[in-house]
Structure formats: C-alpha cells, structure tokens
Design a protein around this ligand. Structure first.
Ligand SMILES: NC(=O)CC(=O)C(=O)O
Length: 280
C-alpha cells in the first residue's frame, strides 16, 4: 500500500502576507518532525483576509514574490504544495487562483476559481466576488507519482458537474481550498464533502482558514477529509491547527470495484459535456 502523507493546514489568516507564510512554515516544520510529508494543502486566500477591498491590494502576478516563495517552500521541503489560493493579477483582471508546485518547486497546475461567489442570503451571508474578481474557465486535474488529483476552489465544489469531469479525467482525490462561512458552513460543508466523495468515489479534502470573529467575513473552519466511501476521516474544529492524514489510492480502486458506480453510469442516457478551453 502506498500512502500519500497529507498535511492540511488551517491558519488564522492575518493581514500581514509574510506572517501568514511563516505560520505555514511553522506547521510544515512541526509536521515534518513527526512524519514524512508528501502533500501540503493550504486554504483559500491564505495570504489575504477574504474581503473584496483586499483583493486589489494583495494581488500579485504569476512569477511574483509570493509565487516564488511558494515554489521555494515546495522545493525546500520536497513536497507537493497545493498553495490554497491567492489573488492573481493578470493585466487588468484579478483571479482567485490556486497554484500547485511539485517537489522540485515547478508549477504543475493552476486553477482559477470558475464560479464566483456571488450570494445574498436574507438572514445571513452576502458576498459579491464579481465586484473585484474575474472567473477562470478550466477544470483542473494534475498528475503526481501517486496518481491524478482534481482541484477546485470553494464555491466551485458546489457544482457537481466539475467533480464528475475531474473524475472522468482520472482524479482519485479532489482538493478544495475553501472558506465557507457561518451561514452555509454549518449546514452545507460536511454534506457537500460527503456527497461529492460518495457520488464520485474519490477522497475529498477541504482546507479552510480558521474562524476569526473579528473579520469582515467569518470563516467556518472545519477542514475535512472524507474517504471514497463517505467516511469522515479527519475534521478540525474552528480553530487554527492542522492534521496529517494517509490517503490511499488503492482504497479508491477497492471501493470502485466493490460498488461499481462509475461503471454503472448510463452515459448513453445522460452525460456532462465539457469544453476544454486549454486546447482551444
Ligand atoms: N466562499 C465561497 O466561495 C463559497 C462558500 O462560502 C459557500 O459556497 O458557501
């Protein structure tokens, strides 16, 4: 059995970009002193408090200072780094972007949040990402020595179609840097991670920022790992912290063989189509 030793870090996002990085490195060091680590996952907007007024101030171009720091961290610790997300500047636009680096610090994937979080719930959370952000157009799956992994950001995960497409592209786990809130989190967070895991027979991993009741957007926390059979294997509470977990892709195969949902799909009757923009 080959385990992917995975470290999920839930930090209290600070207004000081570099302080967030040193918190992250502190957790990586703590974890590496306890265990071998293959894969590290960070939360959505881990370097920038989640607020429209911050995105234009904290944004950086690909290849900028933060990008290089993240690449160096992947190389220094010999890990795959799913670097949560950061506001990415590209000409006049800003995207909510997740970079993935391999053990040598090379970028192996980049996901721009496809679905912008524009909601207005009467009794609770309101947010309009489209006030400052633009949306991406690609479904993202990257390859590792262990197998393929899908990646999407927070609100993207609500759209079951993109999870199905990731699985069709070979994903055995779906990673979701996220920051649900106190209106949707308590009701939807675990439900979504369990449903997507069971429907697609994949590991689902949600990495959130921790809860800070003084921030303008209050994150739910509760970073989570669910197995391809729907078991909650790890779950943090609302506070800053981390967990180390073993992800085993042979268990995905076992579940898919014993309960062959993917084979039993009637693709002749229904299907989800996808336009691959990267090849257009
Ligand atoms: N913040 C998000 O993108 C999504 C979220 O909080 C939710 O879907 O709920």
């Amino acid at each position: 059995m080959i385990f992917i030793k995975t470290l999920v870090i839930q930090i209290d996002v600070n207004s000081n970009k570099l302080k967030n990085i040193s918190t992250i490195e502190r957790y990586i060091n703590l974890a590496i002193n306890k265990s071998k680590i293959d894969l590290v996952i960070l939360p959505e907007m881990f370097c920038c408090p989640y607020d429209n007024k911050n995105f234009p101030v904290y944004c950086e171009v690909e290849g900028g200072n933060l990008y290089n720091i993240l690449s160096d961290i992947a190389k220094k610790y010999n890990i795959y780094l799913v670097a949560g997300s950061i506001p990415e500047k590209d000409n006049s636009k800003i995207y909510n972007t997740s970079y993935v680096f391999d053990r040598c610090g090379n970028k192996i994937a980049k996901h721009r949040k496809i679905h912008l979080f524009d909601i207005s719930i009467d009794t609770g959370q309101k947010f309009l990402e489209s006030d400052t952000l633009s949306s991406g157009n690609d479904v993202t799956v990257f390859d590792t020595e262990f197998g393929k992994i899908g990646l999407c950001i927070c609100y993207d995960f609500r759209f079951f179609e993109i999870c199905k497409i990731m699985v069709d592209k070979g994903a055995k786990a779906i990673i979701v840097p996220a920051s649900f809130n106190m209106t949707t989190g308590p009701i939807h967070w675990e439900l979504l991670f369990k449903s997507r895991a069971v429907d697609n027979q994949v590991y689902t991993i949600g990495c959130s920022s921790s809860r800070n009741n003084n921030s303008s957007y209050i994150s739910y926390g509760n970073s989570i790992l669910v197995s391809p059979f729907g078991e909650v294997l790890n779950r943090l509470d609302e506070k800053e912290g981390y967990f180390i977990a073993d992800i085993d892709f042979s268990y995905v195969e076992k579940i898919r063989n014993q309960l062959p949902l993917l084979k039993h799909r009637r693709n002749d009757l229904y299907n989800v189509s996808y336009t691959d923009n990267s090849k257009v």
